[in-house]
Design a protein around this ligand. Structure first.
Ligand SMILES: *[C@@H]1O[C@H](CO)[C@@H](O)[C@H](O)[C@H]1NC(C)=O
Ligand SMILES: *[C@@H]1O[C@H](CO)[C@@H](O)[C@H](O)[C@H]1NC(C)=O
Length: 147
């Protein structure tokens, strides 16, 4: 039979374990995160290069409707952030595609649709409402723009 002290110590140990493995919102940091970046520009191949401070996922070409998907664990500090360089015939730019603030809008995985006007996060917790950003740079093949 367990003594009261043993039970108390076990409870404290469990609470400590929960504290170090979860962030401020009680989300378990050991959970696997998923990000999906999908080409939603019909008739076009786009180029994506995604990375964090720890991982470089390489340069990939995505035909229309194809996606690039990766899985990872958020670091203990909860500071993991992924960025993607996106290049399309409509524009390009570098965008933050994952951090814990964005993850709050994602539900089971973070889905980015790369559209003609820019990248859009499907905010599944807001009934799929899109959070869109515009291109930071115009397409390379348009003359008259100096960058
Ligand atoms: C996209 O890439 C594929 C494979 O490299 C190529 O066959 C196709 O012509 C490209 N499509 C466009 C619209 O550039
Ligand atoms: C991403 O592509 C894979 C392989 O083609 C497919 O099974 C999966 O359903 C796609 N995911 C999304 C969100 O489109």
């Amino acid at each position: 039979m367990k003594t009261l002290t043993q039970t108390l110590l076990l409870t404290i140990a469990l609470l400590l374990a929960m504290l170090i493995t979860s962030d401020a919102n009680g989300r378990l940091l050991v959970d696997k995160e998923t990000v999906v970046v999908k080409n939603d520009i019909s008739g076009e191949n786009i180029t994506i290069h995604c990375y964090s401070s720890e991982d470089d996922l390489g340069v990939h070409t995505l035909p229309y409707a194809a996606n690039f998907t990766w899985y990872f664990h958020v670091n203990i500090g909860g500071t993991t952030k992924f960025y993607c360089d996106l290049t399309t015939g409509h524009g390009s730019g570098n965008y933050g595609v994952f951090d814990l603030r964005l993850e709050d809008q994602c539900d089971d995985y973070c889905l980015w649709l790369i559209q003609a006007n820019g990248p859009c996060l499907v905010q599944k917790v807001f009934h799929g409402q899109l959070y869109c950003q515009s291109w930071k740079k115009p397409p390379h093949n348009i003359k008259g723009f100096a960058f």
